[in-house]
Design a protein around this ligand. Structure first.
Ligand code: NDP
Ligand code: 14Q
Length: 194
């Protein structure tokens, strides 16, 4: 495909859409991480892979034994990088436009923008994002969770898709509502450009 679909995938705590704390995730949600892995890895065409694009800080936040994220082309953005093919699984890019240009001839089915906040904002500003896969998390405890990184998500700019469209888009067999894990309740949602 000449221009693969670009999708942001993010888990955010409502109502402020908090996504990070001190360079890490503010929560540990095992089932949410498994969903992230399945959805970003899955392709319809078995001869293709997906690309995951991330900021330098998010790359550094992934424990080294888990990166590069397997079975996906990992693209890392830094303003101090040269555009460079590191190996078959890792590319470096110095801009949003360059990251998309670099993966053009790489047999990529979908592009997932996996964070963090700065990268999400840069992609949204660029107008190149087609969809947002947003895991909407709610805290079921009184105690406030500490967060220092937030997603700028304006729901008025996006149309929420139906659950059947979410299932079709992700390729998941079924998607539960109000998943409970630790002190949180969450829902997987899909938003498309208005
Ligand atoms: P990012 O991961 O967005 O990385 C920011 C870095 O990316 C910048 O410092 C710069 O690297 C590079 N960069 C940014 N814009 C561009 C550009 N236009 N061109 C080239 N390079 C660019 O960092 P954040 O601090 O914003 O987010 C990290 C936080 O988000 C962490 O707490 C992490 O855990 C969380 N997170 C949460 C997710 C969730 O779903 N809840 C998902 C992913 C991350 P350099 O400084 O090297 O130039
Ligand atoms: C899994 C969290 C998540 N959910 C959703 N819906 N969208 C996302 N973009 C992300 C994310 C992310 C980046 C990230 C991955 C941050 C991180 O900070 C500590 C760790 C990981 C991570 C951790 C792993 O442990 C085992 O395998 C892992 C893969 C990624």
């Amino acid at each position: 495909m000449s221009q693969p679909v670009v999708t942001i995938i993010v888990a955010a705590l409502k109502p402020l859409y908090g996504i990070g704390y001190k360079g890490s995730l503010p929560w540990r949600l095992r089932k949410e991480m498994a969903y992230f892995r399945r959805v970003t890895t899955r392709t319809v065409d078995p001869s293709l892979r997906n690309a995951v694009i991330m900021g330098r800080k998010t790359w550094e936040s992934i424990p080294s034994k888990f990166r590069p994220l397997p079975n996906r082309l990992n693209v890392i953005l830094s303003r101090s990088f040269e555009n460079k093919i590191i190996d078959d699984d890792v590319l470096h890019a110095k801009s949003v436009q360059d990251s998309l240009r670099l993966i053009k001839d790489k047999n990529i089915e979908r592009v997932y923008v996996i964070g963090g906040a700065e990268i999400y904002n840069e992609f949204i500003k660029s107008g190149l994002v087609d969809n947002v896969l947003l895991t909407e998390i709610e805290n079921t405890e009184e105690e406030q969770l500490e967060m220092d990184t937030f997603l700028k998500f304006d729901a008025d700019q996006w149309i929420k898709s139906s659950k059947s469209d979410l299932i079709e888009f992700t390729g998941e067999e079924a998607i539960d509502d109000d998943i409970q894990e630790n002190k949180f309740s969450y829902n997987y949602t899909l938003w498309s450009k208005q």
